[in-house]
Design a protein around this ligand. Structure first.
Ligand SMILES: [Zn+2]
Length: 194
C-alpha cells in the first residue's frame, strides 16, 4: 500500500523518534508499505516519521542510484558497495569521518527543492535489520550520504538545517508554499501545518 508522505511544516518531522522492538504492531507490513511508497516517489530513502510513525526506522536504496550511474560516476561516488537496499531499525551512527563532501540533496517531504549539503564521506553505523539481527557496518560515498539523511529524520532533523542562513532565507517562501500545499509533489502527500 502506498502511504501518503508528510510534507514540510508538520510537527512529526521535527520530533525525535522512539526505539522499537519486534513487538511493534504490523512492523513488516509498515516496512513493506514504505518500500512501496518509496519507488513511485522516485526516492532513495524514506524514514518512518515521513509516513507518520515516530519510530527509529528507515529504508535506503542506493542500488537504484548506482544502477543509473555511468561507470566513471560509480567509481567517484561508490566505494565498498555497489549500492545497498536495506532496512535500518534503531540505528546509531557511531562514527562520522572528518573527510567531508558537498552534494545536492533533496527530501520527499520537501518536494521540488534541493540544496548542497556537506556530509561525512564515511560513517560507521549500528542497527538492526528487518529480521532484527544486529549489524555493525561502515559505508561511504552516496550510500553513506543517504543513510545520514535518513538517520537525521529519526532525530527530527532535515537537510535544510545544514543550509547556510542566507540560502535558508531564500528558501523560506518556497518552504511556506510547500507546507500550505501550494507547491505539490507528484506523489501522494499530506500537506498542512500541524
Ligand atoms: Zn528526507
Amino acid at each position: 500500500m502506498i502511504l501518503p508522505i508528510v510534507s514540510y511544516g508538520q510537527s512529526v518531522l521535527r520530533q525525535k523518534c522512539e526505539e522499537i522492538d519486534q513487538t511493534y504492531p504490523d512492523l513488516n507490513k509498515l516496512i513493506e508499505d514504505m518500500w512501496e511508497t518509496l519507488y513511485p516517489a522516485d526516492g532513495s530513502g524514506l524514514a518512518a516519521s515521513q509516513v507518520g510513525h515516530l519510530i527509529k526506522l528507515f529504508i535506503v536504496d542506493s542500488k537504484e542510484v548506482f544502477d543509473r550511474m555511468e561507470a566513471e560516476e560509480r567509481v567517484e561516488f561508490f566505494v565498498g558497495d555497489k549500492g545497498i537496499k536495506e532496512t535500518f531499525i534503531n540505528a546509531k551512527i557511531t562514527k562520522y569521518s572528518d573527510d567531508l563532501w558537498i552534494e545536492d540533496e533533496g527530501c520527499l517531504s520537501i518536494p521540488t527543492l534541493s540544496e548542497e549539503v556537506t556530509r561525512s564521506w564515511t560513517i560507521e553505523i549500528e542497527y538492526f535489520n528487518k529480521d532484527f539481527q544486529k549489524q555493525t557496518k561502515t559505508y561511504s560515498g552516496t550510500t553513506a550520504r543517504i543513510i545520514q539523511h535518513e538517520f537525521d529524520h529519526t532525530e527530527g532533523k532535515l537537510y535544510i538545517d545544514y543550509v547556510n542562513p542566507l540560502k535558508r532565507k531564500l528558501l523560506n517562501s518556497k518552504l511556506i508554499k510547500i507546507s500550505k500545499g501550494e507547491i505539490k509533489a507528484k506523489y501522494k502527500m499530506v500537506y498542512g501545518k500541524s
